[in-house]
Write a protein that binds this ligand. Structure first.
Ligand SMILES: NC(=O)c1ccc[n+]([C@@H]2O[C@H](COP(=O)([O-])OP(=O)(O)OC[C@H]3O[C@@H](n4cnc5c(N)ncnc54)[C@H](O)[C@@H]3O)[C@@H](O)[C@H]2O)c1
Length: 334
């Protein structure tokens, strides 16, 4: 589906983090709808290195890109030499998705270095080559601000959330100093959908519960899960937001959610319906302190300045996604 009249054919498009979940979906979106677009992916892919929380340092996976015909540069945001590879191109559009996306990495130095330092390089590059810059911010910038979370009222509570908040502050300064630039930050809420499997434990609960059910297990939820609600947004709405951001009426930072929070219990119940099971639910105490109990994106400015209109309710998103959940279970888990 084309979301506006922009013709991306013959445009040069950079997708950082293109081997990851959202980046690879963007790459395939352009490849499918604009076969003459020149798509360049920059991603460090995954090594076997882990952070102190035991998770991999990056989740990019070649399997997310099987079938992709564009350019791929394997490079690290933290390497000046690798970033210099991008100077061989003049990008019309830059979609910056690469980051430490794991919200539970507490090593502040590496999170800030990776997510923030590289942003200066990219934003300067966008300025020089007059590229439209769309970058991934995050709902994690809100911390435990009450719902509906509204752009401008942030309160990050972990290094990851702070790194995205710092990116937003840099972006605001560039917007002010360079009104000719188009810079759009997108604060994604909880994204789910195809090609998230390789995020391992940090993938959405939709795929995690889905695979538990497919393994014949009763889904295990935190106690009180019918009262823990999040703004779950389907990947196709995230793609819509990115495409519409390219024609933004105004540079800025915008929320990307549905504005219709749903509970973890809803996810388990919808999955059981789609998978034809009736295992009930098992509950266990929530081990996390400071756990977000309620998120809901205020999308009024996203609607006004981007024309963003979420199209996927949780029921429809899971229905659309279910075959991919089964496929990854068969090919990667079983
Ligand atoms: N998925 C969500 O729910 C969500 C929510 C809010 C914000 N975001 C943000 O959206 C963006 C995309 O997230 P995602 O869910 O696709 O995560 P992801 O981890 O699948 O994608 C990030 C990609 O960045 C790459 N990367 C990591 N460190 C890098 C480095 N040093 N150099 C080069 N590449 C590096 C990884 O290999 C990976 O392919 C991220 O910036 C993330 O913080 C995602």
């Amino acid at each position: 589906m084309k979301y506006n009249d922009i013709n991306f054919n013959n445009k040069t498009i950079l997708i950082t983090g293109g081997a990851g979940f959202i980046g690879s979906n963007l790459a395939f979106y352009f490849q499918e709808h604009f076969p003459d677009a020149h798509i360049v992916i920059f991603d460090c892919f995954r090594s076997e290195n882990t952070f102190s929380n035991g998770n991999l340092q990056s989740f990019g996976h070649y399997k997310n890109l099987i079938g992709f015909h564009g350019d791929i540069l394997c490079g690290n945001l933290n390497s000046d030499e690798d970033m210099a590879l991008l100077k061989a191109y003049e990008f019309d559009y830059i979609f910056h998705e690469a980051a430490i996306s794991d919200t539970r990495v507490y090593d502040q130095e590496i999170v800030m270095q990776t997510n923030v330092n590289s942003f200066y390089t990219l934003i300067d590059m966008a300025k020089e080559t007059k590229s439209t810059l769309i970058y991934a911010s995050s709902a994690a910038t809100y911390g435990s601000q009450p719902s509906p979370q509204t752009v401008g009222i942030e309160g990050p509570e972990n290094p990851y959330g702070f790194s995205k908040y710092a990116m937003d502050q840099i972006a605001y300064r560039y917007m002010k100093e360079n009104p000719e630039m188009t810079i759009v930050g997108l604060k994604y809420f909880n994204v789910y959908g195809e090609r998230e499997f390789f995020k391992d434990k940090t993938a959405s609960t939709v795929i995690q519960f889905g695979h538990q059910i497919l393994a014949g297990k009763t889904p295990r939820l935190f106690e009180g899960s019918d009262n823990i609600v999040r703004d779950f947004v389907y990947i196709k709405d995230v793609i819509q937001a990115n495409i519409k951001a390219c024609a933004a009426k105004q540079s800025g930072v915008y929320n990307v959610g549905t504005s219709k929070p749903r509970s973890f219990q809803d996810i388990a119940d919808i999955l059981q319906k789609e998978l034809g099971t009736d295992y009930g639910t098992e509950y266990f105490p929530n081990p996390f302190t400071g756990y977000q109990m309620h998120t809901q994106a205020d999308i009024s400015t996203s609607q006004e300045f981007l024309g963003y209109a979420p199209q996927w309710e949780l029921e429809e998103g899971i229905k659309d996604y279910i075959d991919a959940i089964k496929f990854t279970y068969e090919t990667e888990v079983k």
